[in-house]
Design a protein around this ligand. Structure first.
Ligand code: DGL
Length: 258
């Protein structure tokens, strides 16, 4: 595979476009092939086996198209499938997990109170349990599944301010936000809600996501293999989706340009 080959990026639907935007900013020469599996979204309420099968199908397709690396722009698919995918394919596979470490490190040794917002499946999986285990003695960690936030993006309702704020209040009013240090956006769909979270949360609460870290990780991996795109190459994005409808294609484009 040459360094000018594309990077395959996938998600259960439209959320991974938030990761694509970060990669575009940080690695502008890369060509990105994006696949959103909106016909099968959400992944977060499926079984790990179902998510694993869907992920394998997508990566198999990417490999046939000659990608030089894959980014799983989905915390849920990463927790269910990254290990098996890495065992099966010999191209680099970059996964995502809720940025709990970033949130806890913000305290520089002080106990932090952190809410991790993610899908039900991410929060149930062994991968997250292992991550939580590393930090739960030194910090207070709350797990908050937010499946409706995925649906709102997929239905194109992200601009419905009342609906979004109502939904956020439903999930977060139960917390003592004045004594919360950060909220981790542990699902790539949730990154599109950053401004809404800012409106909901007191100023003392940081909003943390894993997108920058993922783009950096991709850069480090490609660089170590000598596979970073040549600087004279014009980067770009091709958006594909398992939902053949016009509406989803338009939504995807809007989110990319948002
Ligand atoms: N965007 C996905 C994630 O980062 C999953 C959303 C879903 O399909 O439930 O976890």
């Amino acid at each position: 595979m040459t360094s000018s080959a594309p990077v395959g990026v996938f998600d259960s639907g439209l959320g991974g476009i938030s990761v694509v935007r970060q990669i575009r900013t940080d690695l502008p020469h890369e060509r990105i092939l994006y696949f959103g599996d909106s016909a099968n979204a959400p992944y977060g309420t499926k079984t790990p086996e179902q998510v694993r099968d869907l992920s394998f199908r997508i990566v198999e397709d990417f490999v046939e198209q000659g990608v030089k690396a894959v980014v799983i722009a989905c915390n849920t698919a990463t927790s269910s499938a990254v290990q098996e995918l890495r065992e099966h394919y010999d191209i680099p596979i970059i996964g995502m997990e809720p940025a709990l470490k970033v949130a806890c490190d913000r305290g520089h040794g002080e106990r932090q109170s952190v809410i991790v917002a993610a899908t039900p499946l991410t929060l149930r999986e062994r991968k997250f349990a292992a991550l939580m285990h590393r930090f739960e003695d030194a910090h207070t960690i709350h797990k908050q599944p937010c499946p409706r936030l995925v649906e709102i993006v997929e239905r194109g309702e992200l601009d419905d301010h009342d609906l979004v704020m109502r939904t956020l209040h439903d999930y977060f009013d139960q917390y003592d936000l004045a004594h919360t240090d950060s909220v981790v956006l542990g699902c790539t769909h949730f990154v599109f809600y950053r401004d809404y979270f800012r409106e909901l949360l007191p100023n003392n609460v940081a909003i943390v996501d894993g997108n920058e870290g993922t783009a950096r990780h991709l850069e480090v991996v490609l660089e170590s293999l000598g596979k970073l795109a040549p600087e004279e190459q014009d980067g770009g994005v091709i958006l594909r989706n398992s939902d053949p409808g016009e509406r989803i294609a338009e939504l995807a484009q809007q989110l990319l340009e948002r």
